[in-house]
Ligand binder design. Structure first.
Ligand code: SF4
Length: 99
């Protein structure tokens, strides 16, 4: 049985270019403004990048629908997306300051 995975977005890297939104066959992503709570703990580069882009980033709106095809990982120009085993609490979008 294939293990369930879901994308994780490195908030220090995402610039909201939207390639993942376009390529995902499961409509897992939407572009939107990153909530303030998810900006905590970012590196200085991530803070500057987020500010410069008006905090417009890819948001996970249907992470549970991910089929694990990997298209989003390959298409992201910022290499901001990785696939992670799904967590029991359904959260995949925590700040990634440690990444
Ligand atoms: S791995 Fe495939 S289905 Fe999952 S979020 Fe990425 S593009 Fe969508």
């Amino acid at each position: 049985m294939k293990p369930r995975v879901a994308p994780r977005i490195n908030r220090n890297r995402c610039e909201g270019k939207g390639d993942c939104v376009a390529v995902c066959p499961q409509q897992v992503f939407e572009l939107g403004v990153l909530p303030v709570a998810q900006r905590q703990g970012l590196k200085i580069g991530g803070l500057l990048k987020g500010y410069a882009h008006g905090w417009r980033q890819a948001l996970l709106v249907r992470a549970e629908a991910c089929s694990g095809c990997g298209l989003c990982v390959g298409v992201c120009p910022e290499r901001a997306i990785s696939l992670q085993p799904q967590r029991h609490n359904g959260s995949h979008d925590a700040p990634t300051a440690a990444d």
